[in-house]
Design a protein around this ligand. Structure first.
Ligand SMILES: *[C@@H]1O[C@H](CO)[C@@H](O)[C@H](O)[C@H]1NC(C)=O
Length: 228
């Protein structure tokens, strides 16, 4: 007698689990990509967005104009933006996450983005995002074609990690495609220029190029930290 209702529930429970699985799979197979020009929120979204906290995760090694214009867009759109620099305590870094955070803070405060914070995070960034009550997890990319393959691992981690490790529903990851004006900017390029400046290899030329890639407010700091 008592076993019967449970037996009836079983197919319903399996269907629910299956649907949740599909929903999650769809997130991974069809990632949310915000292409440039980044859309402005409509009237209804605007109010909600202003009350929303979002996370922008990256290694920012070092940060450059490509990152800063993304952060500016997020800061104008959302109530508060937390830039997260992840690090692994057991790993050695040429430039520590804290040093990168200091540069990023300098960039952000120089253009008076008062609703942006920079956090150095050890462990899963999705955990930190949840603890801060963030509703969206942003990642900056060049284009999905160029960076999608590398981003997939993080997307899977962000999607399944909360479910399996945290037993919580994952927040959505949004990939923000770069502004084409800064498509040439990359952290690798910036680091290369810093080394050239320090070694005095066409120092003036390298400095001119670097000025196009990073804001003046942090130029000297970046050369100092990365030009070794
Ligand atoms: C921003 O950086 C420029 C160049 O380094 C500096 O002259 C200016 O005072 C800074 N502004 C603020 C608000 O920090």
């Amino acid at each position: 007698m008592t076993a019967q209702p449970i037996l009836l529930l079983l197919p319903i429970i399996s269907i629910c689990i299956f649907n949740f699985g599909m929903l999650i799979l769809i997130r991974v197979l069809f990632p949310t990509i915000l292409t440039h020009p980044w859309k402005a929120p409509d009237k209804r979204e605007r109010k909600r967005d202003k009350e929303t906290t979002v996370v922008f995760a990256g290694s920012f090694n070092p940060p450059h104009w490509g990152h800063l214009v993304m952060i500016r867009y997020l800061a104008e759109r959302y109530g508060s933006v937390i830039c997260c620099i992840g690090f692994n305590p057991s790993k050695q870094y040429d430039v520590t996450a804290q040093q990168r955070a200091d540069i990023l803070k300098g960039m952000v405060s120089n253009i008076s983005l008062n609703n942006v914070r920079v956090d150095v995070v050890s462990g899963y960034i999705w955990r930190h995002a949840r603890a801060q009550n963030a509703k969206l997890f942003f990642r900056g990319i060049r284009t999905w074609a160029e960076d999608g393959a590398d981003e997939l691992k993080l997307l899977i981690q962000n999607t399944y990690g909360p479910l399996l490790l945290g037993r919580v529903w994952p927040i959505n990851t949004v990939f923000l495609e770069g502004d084409p004006r800064y498509r040439g900017a990359s952290s690798t390029l910036v680091r290369g220029l810093c080394v050239r400046i320090k070694r005095n290899e066409d120092q003036d030329g390298a400095m001119e190029e670097l000025k196009e890639l990073v804001p003046e407010s942090v130029l000297d700091q970046i050369v100092e930290v990365y030009g070794t």
